[in-house]
Design a protein around this ligand. Structure first.
Ligand code: MRU
Length: 360
């Protein structure tokens, strides 16, 4: 996507040196757009753990490049297995992380150590390119859902949760790809952006993306969605996901389940945009089988923002301790359907297999 007319991806290899990895530091947005240079596997792991990069597909792509950086230091099989295990532990819920590392290992195990660095960069590049292409395809399929709600001079109101835009992927985004394409097509649309406490990925990242691209949007408190739906202010919900099970259960940012409940109660379609790299075919029951990341309570008790004098500061909003489950699972029965790179399908095993018959 473009920033001030210049096309960017959210991760790329530095064209100057041809090996270091560049990312945007997402912990600084929306106040500062800073590019970081990753030169070691430890820096890549830190970027994922500290959420300088976040969003399931992007975590996977950065982990793949982290493997490249690891191999530059030591391309032995022992070191490769150790560093991949370490990268795989950085975040637990998003399946793309493990998917990307498994794909890198499958490509590299039978490659001679001397050839591994080149092979790793080539494979990481393919992972990044495929993610961008899949998100673009999700956009092409998803835009038809928005187009179907347009017409008769009516503005289409879409609600989204967290950030599933181009910052969360390599390019385009998952949930935001259909929104960008609808905007490009000239469809009159407006996006309700859940602020997404506790880390505010909606207010900080989704709103920044939409503002940068001129898409009309309004940030709302997380608790506002149900009220908006009751009053006919939401035509459809589109969210991303960190892991979808083979029966269509959806893990996504905490609070997604409550939006799905409200959507069902108000007959609002609830769509989940999901590249195939986010489908975990090894698990069925999301509630029982998907590990939910428990993050620091400080993310709940402390809020960071810009002060009147322009400085960035963190303030504590309660002296109490806080719990912080970062994701929840929306059962498949509450999901209208999945938007994948191969098209839309019901959130069921049969639905998924109709698009991915090779998984039968
Ligand atoms: O904790 P995060 O910011 O990595 O979580 C990301 C999300 O939950 C996104 O909403 C999501 O859709 C997955 S990324 C496309």
């Amino acid at each position: 996507m473009k920033i001030d007319g210049t096309p960017y991806r959210s991760v790329w290899v530095d064209p100057e040196d041809g090996w270091s990895v560049r990312i945007f530091d997402q912990t600084r947005l929306p106040w500062r757009l800073e590019v970081l240079r990753l030169t070691t596997v430890d820096e890549a792991a830190h970027a994922i753990r500290s959420m300088q990069v976040r969003g399931a597909p992007l975590i996977g792509a950065v982990a793949a490049y982290g493997v490249c950086l690891a191999l530059r230091a030591d391309a032995s099989t022992e070191a490769m297995e150790r560093d991949c295990a370490m990268l795989g532990e950085t975040r637990p819920t998003a399946i793309n992380l493990r998917w990307a590392i498994a794909r890198m290992l499958a490509r590299l195990r039978d490659t001679a150590p001397a050839d591994r660095v080149a092979a790793a960069y080539a494979e990481a590049g393919r992972i990044a390119d495929e993610d961008a292409a899949q998100c673009e395809a999700i956009g092409r399929h998803g835009v038809e859902l928005i187009a179907a709600k347009a017409g008769q001079g009516r503005r289409v109101n879409v609600l989204t949760h967290c950030n599933a835009g181009w910052l969360a992927t390599v390019d385009w985004g998952t949930a935001l790809a259909p929104i960008y394409m609808a905007h490009e097509r000239g469809i009159d649309l407006h996006v309700w952006v859940d602020e997404t406490r506790p880390r505010n990925q909606g207010a900080a990242l989704t709103a920044w993306e939409l503002r940068s691209h001129g898409v009309p949007h309004t940030v709302v408190a997380d608790n506002a969605g149900g009220h908006l739906m009751q009053h006919g202010e939401v035509d459809l919900v589109i969210v991303g996901t960190d892991r979808v099970t083979r029966q269509g259960d959806v893990a996504n940012k905490i609070g997604t389940y409550l939006k799905a409940l409200a959507a069902r109660d108000n007959d609002v379609p609830f769509w989940v945009a999901c590249p195939s790299s986010t489908i975990d075919w090894t698990v069925a029951d999301g509630l029982a089988e998907i590990p939910i990341e428990e993050r620091s309570g400080a993310e709940v008790t402390d809020v960071t923002g810009r002060m009147a004098d322009g400085t960035i500061a963190t303030v504590r909003v309660t002296p109490s301790e806080a719990a912080n489950p970062a994701f929840d699972v929306t059962p498949a029965r509450l999901v209208t359907g999945l938007i994948t790179e191969r098209g839309c399908c019901p959130a069921t095993t049969d639905g998924l297999l109709s698009l991915f018959p090779e998984r039968t």
